[in-house]
Design a binder for this molecule. Sequence first.
Ligand code: OOG
Ligand code: NI
Length: 474
Amino acid sequence: MSAPQFVSSNDVRTRFSQAMSQMYRQEVPQYGTLLQLVSEVNARTLAAQPGLAGQLSEAGEIERLDVERHGAIRLGTAAELVTMRRLFAVMGMEAVGYYDLSVAGVPVHSTAFRPVADAALAHNPFRVFTSLLRLELITDEALRRQAAAILARRQIFTERALALIERFESAGGLDSQEADEFVAEALQTFRWHAEATVDGDTYDKLQGAHRLVADVVCFKGPHINHLTPRTLDIDAAQAAMPDCGIAAKDLIEGPPRRRCAILLRQTSFKALEEKVLFQGGDGQRAGTHTARFGEIEQRGIALTRAGRQRYDQLLADVRDTAIANESAAAYVQRLAQAFESIPDDYDTLRRQGLGFFRYALTPQGQASAGLEGDEAALSSDSTADSASLEALIAEGLVSAHPIVYEDFLPVSAAGIFQSNLGGTERRHYAASEDQAAFEAALGAPVHDEITLYEEAQARSIAQVRAALCAQVCA
Ligand code: OOG
Ligand code: NI
């Protein structure tokens, strides 16, 4: 009997993200308009910067430019989160990072399911920002119990999806046909349902507790609430949105525009008001619900712990000193000014230990590998390591490429949530972050995102060292 022909997790993820994109374009036509706009902006940016086109095609990025980079869902129970973790595992996606949104007045905490290995990220970095409702933050006890009871009645996964997850876990993979079936079944979970599972009064009460509570509790499943393509010029895309009839949020979240992009910048169009039907003893009642939107993102270099601390502090300072009714333009200006204290060139970011880099031998380095005793220069002591790496870079033997930030930013995520909850929805929760409770609900620990970048950088240094050593040590 021949060995089973399993499809790689990377392929399943690609099939899934394509299917999601197609479905979302049909469900939210304005999202198609946004995709069109992004591809025009990207084409213009590439035409204006021939160097950028070269870099992207070298990195194999050009063909995938129009592929969605992330989506988001909101779950109601620990049981849903556990099964979601198993579902994403079929696609090679693991929980990375913990985000507490309660500090920003949103009663959820979150993680991002995403590929982790360098090769998997290069293949397709599709991620899903996944939030879990914190029912304990609803203060009205009767309402809290009612919400829990409603959630306990729903099953968001199809029978067949569950069976295929089990098949994946026991067999170690899925064949091509099973993978297609898995994608189609998984898609059902993320579909929009215009029919609420509750009556209008219940919806109103839950909406009164927090709009997000109603969004999570009142429907058959965790409808995908946005997808996010990558733009090469987020400022241009933001500026062009109104001309395309798209109501953009006021501000781009994250760091200001810079020559060397850091972390993540994102903006979205405001969630659409959609018609829904509520259940009722005397027939269905029509109403509306706002949940679904479109977003764009532009990613830059991942920052080290020291770099990230600088970012968090600067952003907090700028936000804390905001003047009432400050215009978007004034905020952007203050933000840009504050961020001048973070160096805006890769060499300095690297030398100051603020950003993560992937090191490799240059062609020259490969040619001279082992010939000049360079392996000795690259000692295993980490301080000496960076000094010797710098020496090798200065000699033109080693190159350093910025590692892209693959994760999210809690303050930005809160901003995206807020602008899609009608803006006014800002509660104050006494709760603090509770990663332990989140991980207990998930049934697994989440990866620390910064550790992943440290490891990626260390792997690249080890490879350089091994290559330099290969000829001498052979
Ligand atoms: C998720 C909002 C956060 C992002 O890109 O930061 C997010 C949500 O609204 O469910 O997607
Ligand atoms: Ni998003």
